[in-house]
Design a protein around this ligand. Structure first.
Ligand code: A3P
Length: 314
């Protein structure tokens, strides 16, 4: 039971008990056995950690900063998500009905669902760009010895806030809870893809693998050009300082927010957008004193015995 009004059942999967829709059981094995290719590039995150931001960065770095081509195709089509599930039509239908999502985007998503992503991805020509929120342990075991992987982590408190607004944006019926209830579900690891710290720790433990580039959302906020340069190095791509600055400008929050191929879904009256605030530390205004204490306990407990630390929570 998830506390916040999901009607579909969830199951706990894998060694850390990741919360996945029950339907995941029908395709988990296919994903685990997916053939990984040496020229694949994967972006792996817990939801709301800067996935979209990183995908657009990686796609452009790999495509000679072809901003024009990036504008011609929505990001989900250039960089599909592996575990797109049958939940999508219901959610998308609500969005389109309420005029929150544009039709072309909806049609793209519906097609993706009729042909599940893991099928189209398996048949897609190289080079493939693959996004997933699945933790490493639920992905093909040969992933890190074969392809390049970028993992982005974010302070779980900011993730909780951002995830809350995503739920609010997606569905009123799904999200009657206030943030306090949502936080309760989050810290008790009852929401899809939780537990977040274990998810991040799996990648953190492998951060010295030459095929894994680990980065923090907070570092992207602090110095985006520096993080772009690090990704370029990881991907073996060279760009002039001027080009890096150009890319950083394109990837700035204000610019991406206006980009309909990236920031495509909004809540009623545009009040909540997929790209919402784009800041680090915003959680402080959402947590009361009790929740702040709970958050500290939650993080201390989950991080106990691990080598992982967050830049914002040492
Ligand atoms: P907020 O809700 O805190 O604003 P994901 O793509 O993994 O779902 O992550 C979404 C989060 O990344 C949102 O956080 C979104 O605003 C933030 N984000 C996306 N692009 C960004 C950018 N250019 N600068 C800062 N934050 C960005």
């Amino acid at each position: 039971k998830c506390l916040i009004g999901y009607t579909k059942p969830f199951v706990k999967c894998g060694r850390n008990g990741y919360v996945m829709p029950a339907a995941f059981r029908t395709y988990a094995e296919t994903i685990y056995n997916l053939e990984v290719r040496p020229d694949d590039i994967w972006v792996i995150t817990f939801p709301r950690s800067g996935t979209t931001w990183t995908q657009e960065m990686v796609w452009l770095i790999e495509n000679d900063l072809d901003f024009k081509a990036a504008k011609e195709k929505p990001l989900y089509a250039r960089f599909p998500m592996l575990e797109t599930t049958t939940q999508i039509p219901r959610v998308a239908f609500e969005l389109i009905k309420a005029n929150f999502m544009n039709l072309a985007y909806f049609q793209g998503l519906s097609n993706a669902v009729r042909n599940p992503s893991w099928k189209t991805i398996a048949e897609a020509p190289s080079p493939r760009f693959i996004k997933t929120h699945l933790p490493l342990s639920l992905l093909p075991p040969k992933l890190l010895s074969t392809a390049k992987v970028i993992y982005v982590a974010r302070d779980p408190r900011d993730v909780a806030v951002s995830y809350y607004y995503l739920h609010k944006m997606i569905s009123k019926s799904l999200m009657r809870a206030n943030f306090c209830h949502f936080w309760e579900a989050f810290r008790r690891d009852l929401l899809p893809w939780t537990p977040i710290v274990a998810h991040t720790n799996e990648a953190w433990e492998k951060r010295h693998n030459p095929n894994l580039h680990f980065m923090f959302y907070e570092d992207m906020i602090k110095d985006l050009p520096k993080e772009i340069r690090a990704v370029c190095k990881f991907l073996d791509r060279k760009y002039s300082a001027e080009k890096i600055d150009q890319l950083a400008g394109y990837l700035s929050f204000d610019s991406l927010r206006k980009n309909k191929n990236v920031n495509n879904t909004t809540g009623k009256n545009g009040d909540v957008q997929f790209l919402r605030k784009g800041e680090a530390g915003g959680w402080k205004t959402h947590f009361d004193d009790k929740m702040k204490l709970q958050a500290e306990e939650f993080l201390s407990l989950r991080l106990r015995g691990l080598n992982l630390s967050y830049p914002s929570f040492p």
